[in-house]
Design a binder for this molecule. Structure first.
Ligand SMILES: Cc1cc2nc3c(=O)[nH]c(=O)nc-3n(C[C@H](O)[C@H](O)[C@H](O)COP(=O)(O)O)c2cc1C
Length: 174
């Protein structure tokens, strides 16, 4: 699959095959892609907690406030992405330039994660609707939880047409 095919193939999956576990080598490939993602000052200011079984069920509940994200309970793996401290140079840069490099870095890592998952024939959904305090407690984390990613095999999830702004809305040439 070339990169454009991959980008078109990836979509938020909200229906998982609960009977089909993710092969350990595929999970490792996905985590390995995150490891190679670029980050400000190469600081990698994030941590991934891979939740399966009972832990995944507990984390799923913490993404389902106000009736949201019901499908998350079907996913065999939930990857919790929490923020870590900046390395010194990135902390200085963020302060001097007023930029939130950690969120940017987590976004890039997430893009790598979801792209590699797609390449492995797996499906994902990025979740920002989550209860930080509850997930920290479940996972024993003392840093903010920024995203949870569902990972598994899709069930009944045909490819949808992408709805996006057209390029003229996104891009100006000077
Ligand atoms: C930061 C972020 C948070 C998101 N949170 C949720 C969420 O809590 N629940 C959900 O179903 N989808 C969530 N999504 C998925 C988006 O709705 C989805 O990416 C967008 O509608 C584009 O659709 P596609 O991913 O299928 O191309 C989130 C996506 C991002 C990038």
């Amino acid at each position: 699959m070339d990169f454009n095919e991959l980008v078109n193939q990836r979509q938020s999956c909200r229906s998982y095959d609960e009977s089909k576990p993710v092969e350990p080598e595929k999970l490792l490939a996905v985590l390995g892609a995150v490891r190679l993602a670029p980050s400000a000052c190469n600081g990698q200011p994030y941590h991934l907690t891979v939740c399966r079984g009972e832990k995944a069920a507990e984390v799923a509940k913490a993404t389902q406030g106000m009736g949201m994200n019901k499908f998350v309970s079907q996913a065999p793996i939930l990857i919790v992405i929490s923020e870590e401290n900046y390395v010194k140079s990135a902390a200085l840069g963020a302060k001097l330039k007023g930029n939130d490099y950690r969120s940017i870095d987590i976004g890039i890592a997430t893009a790598y994660l979801t792209a590699e998952a797609t390449a492995q024939g797996l499906s994902t959904c990025i979740l920002g609707w989550l209860d930080d305090a509850k997930i920290r407690k479940i996972c024993g984390l003392d840093q903010p939880v920024r995203l949870v990613i569902t990972l598994g095999y899709a069930k009944d999830d045909p490819l949808r047409a992408k709805k996006r702004n057209e390029l003229p809305q996104l891009v100006t040439y000077k």
